[in-house]
Ligand binder design. Sequence first.
Ligand code: GLY
Length: 357
Amino acid sequence: MASFTIKTPQREYCAIVERGILARIAQYIPQRSGKVFVVTNQDVWRHHGDKAVRGLSGVAHDVLFLPGGEERKRLVNVEAAAEEMVRRGADRTGLVIAFGGGIVTDMAGFLAAIFMRGIPVVQVPTTLLAQVDAAIGGKTGVNLVEGKNLMGSFHQPLTVLIDPDVLSTLPDREYRAGLFEVIKYGVIRSAPLFQLLVERRDAVLAKDPAVVNRMIEESVRIKAEVVSADERESDIRRILNFGHTFGHALEAETAYERYLHGEAVGFGMCAAVHLARSLGHVDALNAAGILDAVDRYGPIPGLHEIPADRIAARLVKDKKTIQGKIHFVLPRKIGEVAVVSGVDDGAVLRAIRSALA
Ligand code: GLY
């Protein structure tokens, strides 16, 4: 078992990485809790529902389903779940268990954040992407047509329970999408993690248990450290958005239907590398290393059909754009990034074109 502490002004809690922890969820539900709601989707429940029910033995709970798909990560579906909770007798002593991938953890976390002005949430992520990123750090929310996660709240969980065993049923495409987030952690803060992804590609793709555990633990360690230093993303937390500014624009431009979030981050990291290279922030060797790593866990299909100028126009709507100023997280070398603003529009457009090519 590996446990990582996240210390924020809102709450101090642990993210625990342990194979089989799903069988012991009940231990992490405070006894004083009122009605417990497992918020999930049909797909996750079909694969892991039995295990979750066994893990919750002795804890009375209701199960609520959210619709799947990034395009349904909308406020109306959070509202519908809240109405259902009220119909089933929830009050402000209730507790949400967010059980699923990044869409579920974001939506169920947001539901908990705003239900009766806030009830606790335990995050139990079931995709690689949610295990290494979405479920940790308290970001919750939904999309608007105009952009990704434009409505939301910081709502730190009581605890995060990460069971790498659940990844065995994760479809290959979803697993690879999560690997792009792991590459992100390597580029922003851990050359050894990056090396692991480069050197052990076959073991990574075969979901070798020891390698998967190392990837998750190192990613969670970094996330815990960064969020503990800056819960509200006024400073260092911005580095976690490496690849996300361009990625969010791609997701919004394709109506959230075409790419998984992790795939969009893969594209976004390439755009950021091209931009960093053109500005002289990164040398050719490090730039090529990152582009190659993304490529080896790709491909990300259909990018050449997307107009670069439309992605560029979307960047200003990202919530990281402040008073019209776009902030880019750019690599300096593998393991180190910097936040840069005031970048020439032409350079941005050229970087997008190169990443789409
Ligand atoms: N996914 C980026 C963050 O949690 O800040």
